[in-house]
Design a protein around this ligand. Structure first.
Ligand code: AMP
Ligand code: MG
Length: 411
C-alpha cells in the first residue's frame, strides 16, 4: 500500500505548466494570475486631500485660530490654478489635488467655512490629511504575484492601476465519467436495482471549486464496448476523472479498455480511509484518475489527489486545502496502518480552537457525512484512536460554521 504522501507525490508528476490566456477584469474573478504584475503608475497619481476642508501652509496654523484669505475652490476632478502661500488657503474637497505651496489640509469642521476669508481653528501638522503621491502603490512596484487567485480586492487594484486585462491560467477541462450498470442520471426513472449518480454532480462541483471547467461525460455501462465509446468522449479534456469500478475484480473491463487504447493506468491501494482504491495514469497523454464509486471515497480522493493537481496546473503555489487544529468532542476510533480522514462537524470553541464532532456515520457510502462534514481529520497512518478532548489537525472544507448568528459583533 502507498501512503497518502507517496500517492500525492506520484500524482503531482501529472502537472503541466499552465497555459495562459488574456481576460478582461470582469472575467478575472476567481481566476489564477499567470503573470506577475508591476504597477504602471503611482497611485494616487498626485498628492490629494483625504478630507473636505482647506489646503494651507501648516506653519500658518501654529497660532490657531488664524484667518486666511481663500484663493479658490478645488473640487475632485479639477486642477488647482493657484499656489498657496503664507496667509492664504484654498477650499478643497476629498480626492482633489493638493495645490502647490500647501502642505496640509484642515478639516472643514475645524474652520468657520468662510467664503472669502476662512478662520482656521485648529493647528495642522505638515502632511495632515494629505495622501501623498504613490501612497497606495508606487510606479514599478510588484503588486500581484503570479499564482495569486484574483479576488475582488485584487481585481479592484488592477482597475485602480489602469490595467484593463490580465493574463490568467487557462481553466483545464476536466472530463467526468461515471461507470456502473446500476448508476442512472438524475431526472430519469429508476428501474429496480438502480441508483442515481451522485458522483457526477459532486465531482462537477469540486472541479469548478478548484477553478477548472467540468465536462459532463455521462455514465458508462459495465461493458467494454460502452466504456470504450464513453472514454472517447473524454479525450478532448486536459484531465479525465472516472468513478466506480476501481475496487478489486470490478475494474477488469475498464483496465482492458484502457489497455486497448494504449493507456497506462496503475491501480493503487492508498493507506487511507475512506477511499483506499485509486487508479492513476495517462490516456494519450491526458492524466486519468480512476476514483472509487462510493460517494464519500470519491469526494475524499478527489480532494486529496485531484484538487492539488488541478490547483498546481493552474499555477497556485499553495495547492492544498487549508488546515487547522481542532478539539474533538468525541473519540475517533482508528486502526494503525491507514490514515483516517473522518468527517467532522465544526463549531466555534471556547478557547479559540474549533470544536470537532465526528459525523454520526463514517461509512464511505453515506454522503450525508460530507453534507455535514465541515472538515476532514488528518490522522496519519501510524496514529492511534483519538480521544475526546484531543487536539488533531483537520482540513477545512467549508467555513460557514464560523458565521455568527447574532447581529452586532457576531455578524
Ligand atoms: P464500485 O466502485 O463501482 O464498485 O462502486 C462502489 C459503490 O459506489 C457501489 O455501491 C456503487 O453503486 C456506488 N457508485 C458507483 N458509482 C456511483 C455514482 N456515480 N454515484 C453514486 N454512487 C455510485
Ligand atoms: Mg461499479
Amino acid at each position: 500500500m502507498l501512503t497518502v504522501d507517496e500517492a500525492l507525490e506520484r500524482v503531482l508528476t501529472a502537472v503541466r505548466p499552465p497555459l495562459a490566456e488574456r481576460v478582461s477584469l470582469e472575467q478575472a474573478f476567481g481566476r489564477v494570475l499567470a503573470e506577475t504584475l508591476r504597477s504602471p503608475r503611482d497611485v494616487p497619481p498626485w498628492a490629494n486631500s483625504a478630507m473636505d476642508g482647506f489646503a494651507v501652509v501648516a506653519a500658518d496654523t501654529a497660532q490657531a485660530p488664524v484667518r486666511l484669505r481663500v484663493l479658490e475652490t478645488i473640487g475632485a476632478g479639477s486642477v488647482p490654478t493657484q499656489t498657496v502661500t503664507s496667509g492664504t488657503a484654498s477650499r478643497i474637497m476629498t480626492g482633489a489635488p493638493v495645490p502647490p505651496g500647501a502642505d496640509a489640509v484642515v478639516m472643514v469642521e475645524h474652520t468657520d467655512n468662510g467664503a472669502e476669508v476662512v478662520e482656521v481653528r485648529a493647528t495642522a501638522r505638515p502632511g495632515q490629511h494629505v495622501r501623498p503621491r504613490g501612497d497606495d502603490v508606487r510606479l514599478d512596484q510588484v503588486v500581484l504575484e503570479a499564482g495569486r487567485t484574483l479576488d475582488p480586492a485584487a481585481v479592484g487594484l488592477c482597475s485602480a492601476l489602469g490595467i484593463p486585462s490580465v493574463m490568467v491560467a487557462q481553466r483545464p477541462r476536466v472530463a467526468i465519467l461515471s461507470t456502473g450498470d446500476e448508476v442512472v442520471e438524475v431526472g430519469w426513472p429508476l428501474a429496480p436495482g438502480q441508483i442515481y449518480s451522485s458522483n457526477t454532480l459532486s465531482l462537477m462541483g469540486l472541479v469548478r471549486e478548484a477553478g477548472a471547467e467540468a465536462v459532463h461525460c455521462g455514465i458508462a455501462p459495465d461493458d467494454p464496448e460502452g466504456l470504450r465509446a464513453a472514454l472517447q468522449r473524454c479525450l478532448r479534456a486536459e484531465l479525465v476523472l472516472t468513478t466506480g469500478g476501481v475496487s478489486v475484480g470490478d475494474f477488469d473491463y475498464v483496465k482492458d479498455v484502457f489497455d486497448d487504447v494504449g493507456a497506462a493506468l496503475d491501480f493503487w491501494k492508498v493507506a487511507m480511509k475512506p477511499g483506499k482504491p485509486l487508479a492513476f495514469g495517462a490516456l494519450v497523454g491526458v492524466p486519468v484518475f480512476g476514483l472509487p464509486g462510493n460517494p464519500v471515497s470519491c469526494m475524499v480522493n478527489f480532494l486529496q489527489f485531484v484538487r492539488p493537481v488541478l490547483r498546481s496546473m493552474l499555477g497556485d503555489p499553495r495547492p492544498y486545502l487549508p488546515t487547522v487544529d481542532v478539539r474533538l468532542t468525541a473519540p475517533i476510533r482508528k486502526h494503525p496502518g491507514r490514515a483516517l480522514l473522518a468527517r467532522l462537524t465544526l463549531a466555534p470553541g471556547p478557547d479559540g480552537l474549533p470544536l470537532a464532532t465526528p459525523t454520526s456515520s463514517q461509512s464511505s457510502g453515506v454522503l450525508m457525512s460530507m453534507v455535514h462534514g465541515d472538515a476532514l481529520s488528518l490522522l496519519a497512518e501510524d496514529a492511534e484512536t483519538a480521544r475526546a478532548g484531543d487536539v488533531v489537525r483537520a482540513q477545512v472544507l467549508r467555513w460557514g460554521w464560523m458565521n455568527g448568528a447574532e447581529p452586532g459583533y457576531g455578524w
